[in-house]
Structure formats: structure tokens, C-alpha cells
Write a protein that binds this ligand. Structure first.
Ligand code: FDA
Length: 402
């Protein structure tokens, strides 16, 4: 007869370990199951190896969901300061990098060890690596069939993450379990991902690969309730296949295929007005003037892409032509053909529909004892430590209620 646990957590990533530790430290018997051979690989590779473990300004406004109010309760009950408390308790040195983003000074491995130690303090059992064949409900309990035998628990928490980076073990198990229990799924799609512009339309921009500059980027669809609009001022990076950098990763989560993104390559100035004014004071080449404000390779590339000769002279230009060039720089509307997909996406948008879950406990309303947390749920943060904050907060919510 298998031992019956109070809680089985499937997925020993950020959310799963937080949940297991909290439940274990409340005196619940907890088992963590994961199919990976290395613990929490996504935390290890996060933040360039230093894990951007939270954002000090994290609030509901930094998350996307079909149901934007859902995340409020969990986020308010486990805040960035709460996680910082754990960081201090484990003597991890950290720093703020940019706009509230907190990173380890040394290594993301420290966050994994923190969570492991908290699980040990909660006397959590581990089954890893462990292949999960099926999950079924038998009366008041769940039976998880695994390659190491059945695991029986009164509660199951699904924390298997999203579909991003399949090569380190991402699977759709969370969505399959949700469907098995008749829970709705918001169609998953890659988020925080570079955008691609295949074909001849991108040809003029391929020589710009490697150039980076701060831009304004926006996109938006719909009006009123349900409208999804994004605006960010961040760095843009030209690549061989398209656009990347924080500006593009951020806007990609708001982008809908077939619609344009708007770029302002010089957000602090009205380029047309500046060029027209410069006509009277400069006898220079247009390219040299633009190169005062942006990398010269970009200035040359933009001139060519917009039909100007590389050595075009400013005084010879009609104002109307300069206005067109100004528009191309301040209001560049461009329609991506796609994204780099799950192999490059930092997160997965969509997931288990939050209308199926309790916002206090993360339990499925129609399946008592079954919980979903972390990235498996349709709550996705911006770039900058928000996704880990959601993992901690949703893990804490389930761990405290299970
Ligand atoms: P997570 O993916 O962490 O864990 C899921 C676990 O489930 C894994 O251990 C996996 O092995 C297991 N699993 C999956 N399928 C299974 C199955 N079938 N059977 C058993 N186990 C299974 N966020 C942030 O806030 N700051 C940052 O710095 C970064 N950096 C970053 C870099 C890169 C390259 C990526 C890809 C992502 C980030 N993120 C991030 C996002 C962040 O890593 C992510 O949102 C969280 O890890 C999500 O936590 P979860 O616990 O939900 O899933």
C-alpha cells in the first residue's frame, strides 16, 4: 500500500519548490515530482546566470492575462519584499540592475539552493527524475502513476511551467491535466520572444545586425474592455532575422500576428523638424547629421532603406521628403511575420484559464484538491523579474491553502 501524502507537487521549478516548501513548513506531508535530471534548470539559466529573482515594483499592471484582476490577490499576499526576506535569510548578495530588477551578485544557483533548503526545512520528499504516466482521481484522493510506482495524495499541485525552451524539459503536461479535468485553456503562445521579418522586406535591414539603441515601441489591438495595448521605452537590437532586445521581447507579448508594431527610433526628438531646421545652418550630408543622433551604420542603413542616396545632401532636400524620413524614424510601422518561437521565448502566454481557479488558493473550482500555479496558468509577466515573482506568489498561495 503506497504512502498517502497530503500534497503531491508536479514540477520542481520555481513555483513548485516554493509551494512545496510552504506546505511542508506548515506540517503537511509533501512530495515533489519532476522528470528532469537537473533541478530547476530554468532558474539556473535565468537572468544570464544571475537570476533576476524579482522586481521591487511588481504589481498587477505588469502582468498579462485574459482576466487581469486574477493575479492581484496572490501578488498582494506574497510581495517582492517577502522574497527579499528569504534572500536575506540565506545571506545571498544581490543588486538592483535596472528599473527595480533584482539580481544575485554571484549566481542563480544560489536561488536554487535557497529553495532546496526551504524544501528540506519542510521535510519535503523528492521523486526525481520521475516520468509521469497519468493522473486520476479516486474519490477523495489522487493517484499519480509514475515509472517509480504510484504516488497517492489528497491534493495535487500542477507546476509544470509553460512550453518555452523544450530542450531543457518544458512539456504540455499541465495543459493536458487541465483538459483531462475539463478545465478551459487560453491558447498558449510564445512570449518575451524576438520578432522575425522574413523575406525581401527585411533585406535592407540585414546589414544593421548588431546595432542597439533605446527606442519607444508600441502595439495595440482592440478598444475598450479586452483591449491589449503595450508601450515600452527599452533597448532595441537589430538581428539577422529581425528585431530583438528588451524593447522587442516586451512588446512581443502584446503583439498579435498580422498587426504592426510602431517604433520611434529617436523618441526624444522630432526628427523632421530638426532636419528642416538644420537645412539653414548646415551644409552637410544628411547621413552625417543623422549620425549625430544614432549609430552611423544605422543612419546609412535607414537612408538606403527609405530610398535616399547614401551621400544625399541636406540643403538639396525638399521639406516634404525630410518629413517622410522623419516619419520613417519617429513612426516606423512594421508588421512582423512571426516570432522565434518556443525555442527562444522566455515565457509562454496563455495557459490554464484563471476563471477556472480560485484567486485565493489557485485550486480548480470544479476539482477540489487540484491546483495550478506558476507559468502553467494564464498569468504572464513583463521582462524584468516579474515572472519569478508570479511563481513565488502563486506557489505561496497554493502552499498556504493546500
Ligand atoms: P518552471 O519552468 O520553472 O518549472 C517547471 C518544472 O516542471 C521544471 O522543473 C520541469 O522539469 C518540470 N516539468 C515539466 N514538464 C514535466 C513533466 N511532464 N513531468 C514532470 N515534470 C515536468 N523570469 C524572471 O522573472 N527573471 C529572469 O531572470 C528570467 N530569466 C529567464 C531566462 C530564460 C532563458 C527563460 C527561458 C526564462 C526566464 N524567466 C525569467 C522566466 C522564468 O524562468 C519562468 O517564468 C519561471 O521559471 C516559471 O516557473 P514555473 O515554476 O512555473 O516553471
Amino acid at each position: 500500500m503506497s504512502k498517502q501524502y497530503d500534497v503531491a507537487v508536479i514540477g520542481a521549478g520555481a513555483a513548485g519548490m516554493m509551494c512545496a516548501a510552504v506546505a511542508g513548513q506548515r506540517g503537511k506531508s509533501v512530495v515533489l515530482l519532476d522528470h528532469a535530471t537537473r533541478l530547476a534548470e530554468k532558474i539556473r539559466i535565468s537572468g544570464g546566470g544571475r537570476c533576476n529573482f524579482t522586481n521591487i515594483n511588481a504589481g498587477p499592471q505588469n502582468f498579462l492575462s485574459e482576466n487581469p484582476h486574477f493575479c492581484k490577490s496572490a501578488l498582494s499576499r506574497y510581495t517582492p519584499q517577502d522574497f527579499l526576506g528569504l534572500i536575506r535569510k540565506h545571506h545571498i548578495a544581490w543588486h538592483e540592475k535596472h528599473r527595480g530588477q533584482l539580481f544575485c551578485d554571484d549566481s542563480s544557483e544560489q536561488i536554487i539552493q535557497l529553495l532546496r533548503a526551504e524544501c528540506i526545512a519542510g521535510d519535503v520528499s523528492w521523486r526525481m527524475p520521475c516520468k509521469i504516466a497519468s493522473l486520476r482521481k479516486e474519490g477523495e484522493r489522487f493517484v499519480i502513476a509514475t515509472d517509480g510506482g504510484d504516488v497517492v495524495a489528497r491534493n495535487v499541485v500542477v507546476a509544470t511551467g509553460g512550453l518555452s525552451i523544450p530542450k531543457i524539459g518544458a512539456t504540455d503536461l499541465g495543459y493536458r491535466i487541465a483538459k483531462q479535468f475539463d478545465l478551459q485553456i487560453v491558447e498558449p503562445r510564445p512570449g518575451l520572444v524576438p520578432l522575425t521579418f522574413d523575406g525581401p522586406s527585411w533585406q535592407p535591414f540585414t546589414p544593421l545586425a548588431g546595432i542597439s539603441l533605446e527606442v519607444d515601441v508600441s502595439t495595440g489591438t482592440g478598444k475598450g474592455k479586452g483591449a491589449k495595448r503595450g508601450y515600452f521605452r527599452e533597448d532595441l537590437l537589430f538581428t539577422h532575422r529581425g528585431l530583438s532586445g528588451p524593447a522587442i521581447l516586451q512588446i512581443s507579448s502584446y503583439w498579435t500576428p498580422g498587426t504592426p508594431i510602431m517604433l520611434d527610433l529617436l523618441p526624444e526628438m522630432d526628427v523632421a523638424e530638426e532636419l528642416i531646421a538644420a537645412k539653414t545652418t548646415h551644409k552637410k550630408q544628411l547621413g552625417n547629421i543623422l549620425a549625430q543622433w544614432m549609430p552611423s551604420r544605422l543612419a546609412d542603413g535607414l537612408l538606403v532603406a527609405n530610398g535616399f542616396a547614401p551621400d544625399a545632401r541636406l540643403p538639396d532636400m525638399a521639406d516634404a521628403k525630410l518629413r517622410k524620413l522623419g516619419d520613417a524614424i519617429n513612426r516606423w510601422a512594421i508588421v512582423p511575420t512571426g516570432t522565434e518561437g518556443y525555442k527562444k521565448a522566455e515565457v509562454t502566454l496563455g495557459g490554464v484559464d484563471t476563471r477556472e481557479l480560485s484567486q485565493q488558493s489557485m485550486m480548480a473550482n470544479k476539482v477540489p484538491g487540484l491546483y495550478f500555479i506558476g507559468e502553467t496558468v494564464d498569468v504572464t509577466g513583463w521582462l524584468g523579474g516579474y515572472n519569478f515573482q508570479w511563481a513565488w506568489a502563486s506557489g505561496y498561495a497554493a502552499g498556504s491553502n493546500v
